[in-house]
Design a protein around this ligand. Structure first.
Ligand code: CA
Length: 440
């Protein structure tokens, strides 16, 4: 588990002045990773690190030979078009690079002039999915979400008996994961509304969001060798925002007995910036499990996990309708919650995923599952916020929504703040719904 060190000092200031701007997601204490290129794409994608409103180009850092040792090796790995090589080096390498960048970006650094030449304004950049994602696994770690959804599908039996014992998950689809800014076509599929005699192919009428976090795997494990809890976080590179768009009407008809399929695999959006667990160290909180609930089996338990296995990451969902956009109005907040309410931690997801010997590989992605908090205004999906479409959301300007309409844009945001630590953020994860394709 990463401890606090000099890179977390809230008093640190960068010679990149925008890093000190109030509310900035990317102060010197954050230093998240992405892959980027100059807009228009003449140059290739490579890794970068955010500082204020700038990006440190790791390929340029590597070419200039600014860092030596493990930090230099990590910068070299960042010269590639995806983060996989950097992720594969493991946490120590990313940590060495973080320390070197933290020192080089501080006010008074001898390396200011050399590093200045490696900066690109974020306003001039475009991003790609941070890693070549071999496998995407979607978990279901919010007991509040599981209970809210379960109540709609099974009023008498909302929470299935395995939930409090097993970190539930399923294998998702990696090919349709795109970076923030994605527009996607409303999916078609088999729909069988209540009372209909037989299903029909049609465009989903109950298109939903899922407010999730994405967890990127760093160093992998050999096939057949489980990762114990004590080492689980050593295999995690970092965390991003993730919107796992879902077609609830397709889901309701198809999901038994094997679970979601076409209701989920048409689009998933991730934020470009991946915040390392090291950057999140000041925001760790105890993993709490009510005494009346089953306690985790030993393979899902550890002293570190109990003491500080959870993260207090603030989360918000904004919905901007076409009418708001035309009137240049910002999106309306429809949910505010925190990752601290999850029932299972990042370390437990890793330990459970590998307990059967399943091998994780650098760049694999976990979804946390929809992160609903304990009250209904903290629900991370429209199906919960509108009670299955029965209670429309009232939006500013008199508009209403049950599920998403064509042209709607959804923006996820995440940040951490507390007394005695620097506020850090995740940037944003935005996606827009396009009309369904005409069916022949
Ligand atoms: Ca999901």
């Amino acid at each position: 588990m990463t401890a606090l060190n000099e890179t977390h000092d809230p008093k640190l200031r960068s010679w990149v002045a925008s890093a000190q701007a109030p509310g900035c997601d990317f102060p010197l204490q954050n230093l998240p990773f992405a892959v980027f290129r100059r807009k228009g794409g003449v140059d290739g994608f490579r890794a970068g690190v955010a500082i204020g409103d700038q990006i440190v180009d790791l390929a340029a850092v590597a070419r200039a030979g600014l860092f030596t040792g493990a930090a230099g090796e990590a910068a070299q790995a960042g010269a590639q078009d995806k983060l996989n090589a950097l992720m594969a080096l493991g946490q120590a390498a990313a940590s060495a690079l973080r320390l070197a960048l933290s020192r080089a970006l501080r006010e008074g650094s001898q390396q200011q002039q050399a590093l200045q030449a490696c900066l690109l304004p974020q306003a001039e950049a475009e991003y790609d999915v941070p890693a070549r994602i071999g496998d995407y696994t979607d978990f279901y770690t919010s007991i509040h979400h599981a209970s809210n959804i379960g109540r709609q599908f099974r009023p008498d039996n909302p929470l299935l008996p395995n939930y409090q014992w097993v970190p539930i998950g399923y294998h998702g689809r990696a090919s349709s994961i795109r970076v923030s800014g994605q527009s996607f076509v409303r999916p078609c599929g088999q729909l069988k509304p209540p009372g209909a005699e037989q299903p029909q192919l049609g465009a989903s009428k109950r298109l939903d969001i899922e407010l999730e976090l994405g967890i990127f795997v760093g160093a992998g494990n050999p096939l057949g060798e489980p990762i114990p809890m004590a080492e689980a976080e050593d295999h995690v590179f970092g965390i991003c925002l993730l919107n796992d768009w879902s077609a609830r009407d397709i889901q309701a008809w198809e999901y038994q007995p094997l679970g979601p399929f076409l209701a989920k695999n048409f689009a998933t959006t991730v934020s470009p910036w991946v915040v390392t667990l090291e950057a999140l160290a000041p925001y760790r909180v105890a993993f709490e499990r009510p005494a009346s609930d089953p306690q985790p089996l030993p393979y899902l338990d550890s002293p570190d996990n109990r003491a500080a296995g959870a993260f207090d990451i603030q989360l918000q969902v904004e919905l901007q309708t076409p009418r708001m956009r035309e009137a240049s109005q910002p999106g309306a907040s429809i949910c505010r919650t925190s990752y601290r309410h999850a029932y299972w931690t990042v370390a437990q997801m890793v330990a459970h995923h590998t307990v059967n010997g399943c091998n994780l590989q650098p760049g694999d992605l976990f979804g946390s599952g929809t992160l609903s908090g304990p009250t209904m205004d903290q629900a991370g999906a429209l199906i919960e916020l509108t009670e299955g479409g029965k209670k429309p959301l009232q939006l500013p300007g008199g508009e209403q929504r049950t599920f998403l309409e064509d042209g709607d844009t959804v923006v996820l945001r995440g940040w951490c703040e507390r007394e005695g630590a620097a506020r850090i953020g995740f940037g944003e994860c935005a996606g827009t719904v396009l009309p369904a394709r005409a069916m022949s």
